[in-house]
Ligand binder design. Sequence first.
Ligand SMILES: [Zn+2]
Length: 65
Amino acid sequence: MSVPARRKSSSKTKKGRSHQALKKVNLSKCPKCGKAVEPHKACAFCGAYKGKETIKVKSKKQKKK
Ligand SMILES: [Zn+2]
């Protein structure tokens, strides 16, 4: 494997890292319960997708048992 011929300047390092920031997650509202959910995924709070219940969501009380 080859090795870089020159050390990167701190400016070049910082310019490269300026593109590494994380983007904000795009959120839409659940039509059933109105909470913020990720698009194209079943709602994590009520389990609905496109207005129908697709998965069963365990509440915090059920997880403890
Ligand atoms: Zn929901």
